[in-house]
Design a protein around this ligand. Structure first.
Ligand SMILES: CC(C)(COP(=O)(O)OP(=O)(O)OC[C@H]1O[C@@H](n2cnc3c(N)ncnc32)[C@H](O)[C@@H]1OP(=O)(O)O)[C@@H](O)C(=O)NCCC(=O)NCCS
Length: 206
């Protein structure tokens, strides 16, 4: 496992949502950041380069996203938060959260999807993306994550079960309907830079 570290993941930072997250896979040049309109071509290339298996596990079909789906994946709609992991200028991972309308009981749910470039899998990038996505969701008031997962997707199930033991699993004919309760977002007092904690990226929030 590479020594990925994340220094800007403290949700107590008021400007957390808009800041670039530095990650260091044994060196500089890697970051987690929001997707922007200028990323469309790079995002298209990222998904096109994924193996058929990775695309199948992410989208439940070996699709290569075209214009409409790319708009969604790039965070086009107002309810979608999209982030990427970038290494030396190349996108190596993508995650997004699509917020559902809040329900009267106060539950605010978001639908989450994540995928990492094949050559970068098992190096902490997926966990880093998930943690960043979760922190951003908590800062928006999200209280629950939803994730559709193929029953045979042992990798993501291991990631989920390993980090969120309280997960609820619903069964449908084709997929597992994962629900993950999140603790309420509690802003912390701003820490001075000298006291910022350096935490391993592989630890997910929640
Ligand atoms: C699922 C996925 C996003 C995980 O990303 P990743 O960067 O490979 O994962 P990480 O290296 O951050 O590992 C996080 C955890 O996942 C689990 N995991 C990852 N790869 C695994 C594998 N091959 N076998 C078993 N567990 C695995 C482990 O629990 C790991 O925790 P650890 O670091 O304590 O071992 C990545 O495998 C992927 O893109 N898969 C295809 C798309 C997909 O399945 N998306 C999920 C549905 S939306």
């Amino acid at each position: 496992m590479l020594n990925l570290v994340d220094r800007l993941s403290n949700p107590g930072h008021a400007e957390f949502v808009n800041r670039t997250q530095a990650i260091r896979p044994d060196g500089p040049g890697t970051a987690i950041r929001s997707v922007g309109p200028a990323d469309l071509a790079a995002l298209s290339g990222f998904f096109a380069r994924l193996s058929v298996e990775s695309r199948y596990l992410r989208f439940f079909a070996p699709v290569t996203p075209a214009h409409g789906l790319l708009h969604l994946l790039s965070g086009g709609p107002a309810n979608v938060d999209a982030i990427v992991a970038v290494a030396d200028g190349v996108i190596v991972g993508h995650a997004m959260a699509a917020d559902r309308p809040g329900d009267p009981c106060g539950t605010q749910m978001t639908d989450v999807g994540v995928v990492v470039a094949d050559a970068w899998q098992r190096r902490g990038v997926g966990a880093a993306l998930m943690r960043a996505l979760v922190l951003r969701a908590q800062a928006r008031g999200v209280t629950s994550l939803a994730m559709d997962v193929l029953p045979a997707n042992r990798r993501v199930l291991a990631m989920i079960m390993g980090h969120w033991p309280d997960v609820a699993v619903g069964y449908s004919p084709d997929s597992l309907d994962i629900r993950i309760p999140l603790p309420r977002y509690q802003p912390r007092r701003q820490q001075s830079p000298a006291r910022e904690q350096v935490r391993p990226l592989v630890t997910l929030a929640g």
